[in-house]
Design a protein around this ligand. Sequence first.
Ligand code: NAD
Ligand code: UD1
Length: 349
Amino acid sequence: MTSYVLVTGGAGFIGSHAIVALQQAGHSVLVLDNLCNSEAQVMDRIAAITGVQPGLIVGDVRDETLLADLFSRHNIQAVLHFAGLKAVGESTVKPLEYYDCNVTGSVRLLQAMQSANVRNFVFSSSATVYGEPQHLPLTEDHPRQATNPYGHTKIVVEDVMEALYHSEPGWKMARLRYFNPVGSHPSGLLGEAPRGVPNNLMPYVAQVAAGVRDRLHIFGNDYDTPDGTGIRDYIHVMDLAEGHVQALHHCLAQQQVLSTLNLGTGRGHTVLEMLRAFEQACGRELPYEFMPRRPGDVAACWAETSTAEECLGWRATRSVEEMCSDAWRWTQRQYQLEDERAKAASLDS
Ligand code: NAD
Ligand code: UD1
């Protein structure tokens, strides 16, 4: 009987790249996604890259009946849990939706795993749990502080995992704190497709490069950084994806474990440096304008990565240039496909 890795939220940005890395490492994957922020066609694009179509179950991670059925029908060895809502601003407007999806969803999933005696669990946490850095680089023992409901949901789920781990033997879990995932699969077939105006820097820059937005608004040029703009630890999504495979193997190899690991590069880049790198990738200058600081932003944030290196034998290797050129390939393909669809629709009418 095939043994599966269940990937919740696998049609989304990070989950879809993780599936490619899992399949390439020889794992069979099942996906549970309610498609609230993604499309089923992502599975076809994964198949175009890996040659294997992952099974997709369209459903909600909060659906207890569906979860019980899924765990009873399939031999699930481990769960990678990406499903969740992730927009910081929206979480302040719709906190109940965020707690319900992110916290209730995780609790239901862990309950279903407990009932089915599946004890390997890898969770998508975030560097947002650190709040305002008290020191840099950020080590995993840095105090946690939520500055918005989204960040608090991540802290709560981290704590739920801790309590569960101590409540009974045999759980093997990793809490992965991502820094700033960017870039795309080098094929240009998978990537980040935010709906509406992008909140995050790199998708916004990509839309300026594609001519969809007229200029980048840079939030703050008076930070105490070399060029005055904010510093972040940008990590290529394929490095992040491979980190998940290593985290899964780390869990599978233990009798019991609860690891908390930063997934970043350990290096920071300013907004202007990222913009310049994207200009190199797309071959033209990109217009920008300095704006006031964005409320809630920190000046600088980057990871201490030695824990992940020691525990997982993994470190990020892809450069900022690759992040930008891969993201640009994906962006061009997206708009090319949209144009083709629009032309086909106008011929039909
Ligand atoms: P995404 O929105 O692209 O992917 C999330 C996927 O989960 C989507 O396909 C969505 O349809 C699905 N989903 C949401 N709620 C669901 C539910 N209740 N049941 C089933 N499916 C559901 O987001 P992403 O960027 O791939 O992020 C994945 C995870 O990583 C999230 O938990 C996010 O909080 C975390 N994270 C992301 C970032 C980032 O910058 N992208 C940084 C740190 C942490
Ligand atoms: C944001 C989230 C954080 C989440 C992370 C995931 C907020 C406040 N924080 O962090 O919770 O974990 O994404 O990647 O939303 N910038 C601009 N112009 C823009 C967009 C961003 O100048 O249009 C700047 C920001 O001020 C910041 C940098 O670019 O200095 C990165 O911003 P962003 O991509 O939104 O990531 P974070 O703020 O690190």
